[in-house]
Design a protein around this ligand. Structure first.
Ligand code: FAD
Ligand code: GLY
Length: 369
């Protein structure tokens, strides 16, 4: 870092959705805050996300703590989106569109039945639909569709707009934003507290924090004729399609353990389109705007790392949001602001859980590669 910055109460390293939202909330509590990003604000993984707010679709029996947090953050999203719109005038594209989980053949139908049973056990709202019933809700679905599950509580926002709104909210609140400002030495920052919100790169800023990159390739598609291909988020084996409501669609995403590689491959694009087209043939008529890859900040237990570093009171971690960083943005921002203002909220995502003898050094090494 070469730029000389004024003293701040808090320096946030990383200007993705997590760093920006935490900075905004901290500033609202009266703290002087700077955000430092080595590139453009929001140009890391946040820009690459689909924006599904999917606590039900992403539910896993082994991750009950994460599910509760995901549900709470989904509950907060409408008010969070409204507050951002009121403060900035930016509409983040919140759509209460619901989601359909789709099955093409007998194997996938059995899988969907198991997913339904799990969600019912967890007390989550789901509705079993025969192929014909699902096609009444989405008429462009292929006649071969065998079974579907409606997830009426899983919705979506548009991450690019969320980033734009957060930048504007931070600016208006008086957060000092410093893009193109890489940080490699936390001790060089003139700030009382440092929040590490560096996404998939966070492991490079502190030992013992096992964040690793998990690559996801995705496509932005567009129907020049306007909206109409589908209204719900569609999830299926190998991907999902997120309609923006105006003729634009996001088709994602691969899950690949390939370190910091962000190459877009012919195979990745082919597989996404093939899987989607089997269920929604009209996807092949869309125009291709962009193919890209992002790096999810993964952790060994798939849950984020949020809280003061037990080895260094100056440092607060806000990272490791893996597949749900957009969803978890409202809750994480409040937890970080609590932490910075002296509260120690009870939750299951504190960094301590990795900072003992069982720390996964393999993942840490991979993050440093
Ligand atoms: P980032 O957005 O990556 O921000 C970190 C920032 O830190 C970057 O801007 C980077 O430049 C900066 N930085 C790194 N190192 C330094 C340094 N040394 N100095 C200064 N700055 C630094 N989540 C959902 O909730 N719903 C979805 O539908 C969804 N879909 C996804 C689809 C794909 C293909 C991918 C890849 C992810 C998806 N996610 C989704 C996950 C979500 O995108 C992430 O969890 C989230 O964006 C993480 O935000 P972040 O702010 O922690 O990281
Ligand atoms: N949450 C969707 C993804 O990470 O691909």
């Amino acid at each position: 870092m070469t730029t000389q910055l004024p003293h701040a109460d808090v320096a946030v390293v990383g200007g993705g959705v997590i760093g920006l939202a935490a900075a905004w909330r901290a500033r609202q509590r009266g703290l002087e805050v700077v955000v430092l990003d080595r590139g453009d604000l929001g140009a890391g993984t946040s820009r690459a996300a689909a924006g599904m707010l999917a606590p039900v679709g992403e539910a896993d029996a082994q991750e009950r703590g994460l599910l509760a947090c995901n549900l709470e953050s989904a509950r907060r999203w409408p008010a969070f989106a409204q507050e951002l719109a009121d403060v900035t005038g930016v509409d983040v594209g919140y759509r209460a569109c619901g989601t359909l989980l789709l099955a093409r053949d007998r194997d996938e139908a059995e899988h969907v039945e198991r997913e339904r049973a799990l969600r019912e056990r967890l007390g989550l709202r789901v509705e079993r639909l025969l192929g014909s019933q699902a096609r009444r809700r989405e008429s462009a679905l292929a006649p071969t569709l065998r079974l579907a599950l409606a997830l009426p509580d899983d919705h979506a926002v548009e991450p690019v707009r969320v980033v734009a709104a957060l930048i504007e909210a931070c600016t208006r609140a008086g957060v000092h934003l410093h893009p193109q400002t890489p940080v490699d030495d936390l001790s060089a920052l003139d700030a009382d507290r440092v929040v590490i919100a560096a996404g998939a790169w966070s492991g490079r800023l502190g030992a013992g924090v096992p964040v690793r990159p998990v690559k996801g390739q995705a496509l932005r598609l567009r129907d020049p004729a306007g909206p109409g291909l589908c209204e719900h988020v569609l999830r299926f084996e190998g991907g999902y399609l997120v309609p923006r409501g105006d003729g634009r669609y996001y088709l994602g995403a691969t899950m690949e353990e390939r370190g910091f590689d962000t190459a877009v491959t012919a195979l990745g694009v082919y597989e996404l389109l093939r899987e989607a087209a089997e269920l929604l043939p009209g996807v092949l008529e869309l125009e291709l705007d962009e193919a890209f890859a992002g790096l999810r900040p993964g952790t060994p237990d798939n849950a984020p790392i949020v809280g003061t570093d037990p080895r260094d009171e100056r440092v607060v971690w806000a990272t490791g949001h893996f597949r749900n960083g957009i969803l978890l943005c409202p809750v994480t921002a409040d937890l970080v602001a609590d932490e910075l203002t002296g509260a120690r909220p009870e939750h299951a995502f504190r960094p301590e859980r990795f900072m003992n003898d069982s720390t996964d050094t393999t993942a840490t090494e991979s993050a440093r590669a």
